[in-house]
Design a protein around this ligand. Structure first.
Ligand code: FMN
Length: 179
């Protein structure tokens, strides 16, 4: 049976092209379920149906209501990419006020392989909270791809969101799940 990957995307530049990430993961053999932060979902609102059609699943961006059933199959792995500076720091501080943080923050403590690859500039990354948050995630077993094997922070105003290295993120997932 095809394994399920939760691709969790924040409101960071490459999310404008998150369909590229979905296609790359599907080409890697994953059944992809897409989860967006509420801010990221607002970027895609006019074209959300395209993502539903591409993945074959509902695109989740909010916690379900107490009486609603799970809309997605169980995850075999989770990839948070692109991870924004805001989501990184909230997650690192233990704040899971979005479904996009709630799923991986609990998942990693339930044995689900979790990979996170950031996308933000060096000025954002210079905040002391960023290094603390990355260490907090690594300490919990999250594979954070913030160096040469993943995403290297760009100088302010020089990002290339369309060139986000989805293949590096997926290689990290492959490494972690032992595929
Ligand atoms: C057009 C636009 C592009 C942005 N790009 C980034 C980005 O690349 N990285 C980042 O960390 N934040 C970026 N931000 C700021 C985030 O969207 C903002 O911090 C937001 O609160 C993130 O919330 P989320 O992590 O829940 O998606 C951008 C904002 C806008 C409006």
């Amino acid at each position: 049976m095809t394994r399920v990957l939760y691709l969790i995307a924040c409101a960071a530049g490459p999310t404008q092209y998150v369909d590229d990430g979905v296609r790359a993961a599907q080409a890697d053999g994953w059944d992809v379920c897409l989860i967006l932060t509420p801010s990221a979902a607002s970027w895609w609102e006019p074209r959300m149906q395209e993502l539903v059609d591409l993945t074959g699943h509902p695109v989740r961006s909010r916690y379900k209501l107490p009486w609603e059933k799970d809309a997605l199959p169980k995850a075999d792995a989770m990839l948070v990419a692109p991870m924004s500076c805001t989501t990184l720091n909230k997650w690192g501080a233990g704040i899971s006020d979005t479904l996009a943080i709630g799923l991986p923050s609990e998942g990693v403590h339930m044995g689900v392989p979790v990979v996170a690859m950031p996308y933000f500039n060096r000025a954002q990354g210079a905040q002391p909270a960023v290094a603390r948050s990355i260490a907090a995630l690594r300490g919990q077993g999250v594979l954070v791809l913030d160096g040469p094997d993943g995403y290297q922070m760009h100088p302010p105003k020089q990002g290339e969101p369309k060139a986000y290295p989805w293949t590096s993120a997926l290689a990290g997932v492959r490494r972690l799940v032992g595929a």
